[in-house]
Design a binder for this molecule. Structure first.
Ligand SMILES: Nc1ncnc2c1ncn2[C@@H]1O[C@H](COP(=O)(O)OP(=O)(O)OP(=O)(O)O)[C@@H](O)[C@H]1O
Ligand SMILES: [Mg+2]
Length: 240
């Protein structure tokens, strides 16, 4: 059974999808059987950033009951398996979110890691995604707005009994304008698992539908994703 880790944030655009794509690829590079699943059913883009756009069978078709989960699994970079989500409005309307947990548990049966890319905010879709988690990681950027939004999602996670979430600080500039890591940890009372720097190579890789850990493996962000993957492997899972 996989470690099922949901990547969430209060604020949108903090880098959840980027982290799931690259951390997932880095785990696959380390030989771990890993699935990255796009649970952002209304604004899907995990498939897009990994060059898997336009697939006919996606999580939409699975959640509408038309297809089996294994039919929506595609080969991504470095052996990562990817379950993309569809982008059509028609597809969204047929989705039955209450099926998500069963789908996730089914996919988790034969792999080491299942990383779930959650929608941002506190809507029904993001709460449903968080509820499938054994573990949760909040992806934040180093500023007050992002930290305060993470506070709200932390409260939701507590109500759902998700144990001991951790943080990833993404888009760190290393400048004094960044909220310091210690301050973030003390405001949120959660530990930081890893820090990913702001890196233009991330944007280049996204534009080409590739993982930065494959395309530019020496780039600062790629190194940080690899380090994060190693950290995850070395830690004891915090099962719900
Ligand atoms: N480490 C980074 N360095 C540079 N740019 C980054 C980095 N991480 C993310 N970005 C930029 O931020 C954009 C948003 O990232 P991403 O789509 O992963 O966020 P998200 O949290 O999934 O957003 P949403 O809430 O809309 O789902 C990316 O398209 C990319 O341009
Ligand atoms: Mg996203």
């Amino acid at each position: 059974m996989a470690r099922i880790i949901v990547f969430a944030s209060g604020k949108g655009g903090t880098g959840k999808t980027t982290v799931v794509a690259n951390l997932g690829t880095a785990l696959a590079q380390l030989g771990k059987k890993t699935i990255a699943l796009d649970a952002d059913v209304t604004m899907a883009n995990l498939g897009l950033i990994l060059g898997l756009e336009g697939k006919k069978i996606t999580l939409h078709e699975v959640l509408s009951g038309k297809k089996k989960a294994k039919q929506a699994v595609y080969n991504g970079p470095a052996g990562l398996k990817v379950v993309p989500c569809g982008m059509s409005l028609n597809g969204v309307q047929k989705v039955r979110l209450e099926r998500l947990k069963k789908v996730v548990l089914g996919l988790a049966a034969n792999v080491d890691f299942l990383l779930v890319d959650s929608p941002s905010g506190m809507g029904h879709d993001s709460i449903t995604a968080l509820a499938v988690a054994q573990e949760a990681i909040f992806v934040i950027t180093p500023n007050f707005a992002s930290v305060l939004e993470a506070m709200k999602i932390k409260r939701v996670a507590e109500r759902l009994h998700v144990k001991s979430p951790e943080l990833i600080i993404n888009r760190a500039s290393g400048e004094r304008t960044d909220l310091p890591q210690k301050e973030i940890e003390s405001i949120l009372e959660l530990p930081v698992l890893g820090v990913i720097p702001e890196d233009i190579e991330v944007k280049h890789a996204i534009a080409l539908g590739e993982a930065v850990v494959v395309r530019s493996s020496k780039a600062p962000a790629a190194k940080a994703f690899k380090k994060l993957a190693a950290t995850l492997l070395n830690q004891k899972p915090r099962m719900a």
